[in-house]
Design a protein around this ligand. Structure first.
Ligand code: HEC
Ligand code: HEC
Length: 158
């Protein structure tokens, strides 16, 4: 290979690597077409989770069990329920690796979530400033925008 060709090949490989490492974070982004009902009905007790965090089946499961939602009643009227469900399903993850049906309908119980967080010590999850693994925004400062990159993390000291 000529030096010129090697340079070009290296550049292409580097670009592909960079693109693939960014894909995961990009797919989590909050779509701009979220219905107002999503913010109104699903962001009062916790953040409005970006739909790319769960599979279509998992969202259907979450949305069909709102009257018994993690120890609380989060039910909405049928029209709103249909609107939110179809938007969540449309924007659910499409990546095989993240598409498992979430145990207990929890993002925080998926295999990928546990693997991505294996370096977080168990006592860190219990800190007052964190409270729960489901409280993404405690550590991911731009979680509401769907940005989970390691450059946007600040773990509360207590
Ligand atoms: C009345 C309060 C309330 C409302 C309203 C509510 N939730 Fe929740 N939700 C909870 C609680 C409490 C948990 C458990 C949080 C924890 O474990 O820290 C939870 C957890 C979740 C989880 C799992 C988080 C995890 O552990 O991975 C999802 C997904 C979820 N909610 C989606 C929704 C959607 C979608 C809506 C709107 C239709 C909604 N929630 C509305 C209270 C609520
Ligand atoms: C106690 C703090 C904390 C909480 C709470 C937390 N995370 Fe994380 N998260 C981390 C740390 C630390 C990493 C690892 C960063 C690294 O080194 O790549 C991480 C990694 C990730 C990654 C992988 C990022 C990448 O670029 O590979 C995703 C996606 C993610 N978290 C999503 C979530 C979601 C969604 C929630 C809430 C349901 C959440 N996290 C809650 C601390 C937290």
């Amino acid at each position: 290979m000529s030096p010129m060709k090697i340079k070009k090949t290296t550049f292409i490989i580097a670009s592909v690597l960079l693109a693939s490492s960014n894909t995961f974070a990009a797919k989590m982004a909050m779509p701009s077409d979220a219905p107002a009902s999503y913010e109104a009905e699903c962001a009062s007790c916790h953040m409005a989770y970006p739909p790319g965090l769960l599979s279509a089946q998992s969202w259907k499961n979450v949305m069909s069990g709102l009257s018994k939602h993690f120890g609380t009643d989060a039910s909405v009227d049928p029209k709103v329920q249909a609107e939110i469900t179809s938007w969540l399903v449309k924007n659910a993850t499409t990546r095989q690796k993240y598409s498992e049906t979430a145990p207990d309908n929890r993002i925080t119980k998926t295999t990928w979530f546990i693997r991505k967080h294996d370096e977080v010590r168990s006592d860190v999850w219990k800190r007052a400033g964190v409270k729960s693994p489901a409280n993404c925004g405690a550590c991911h400062i731009d979680a509401a925008k769907g940005i989970f990159s390691e450059n946007n993390i600040k773990i509360p000291a207590k």
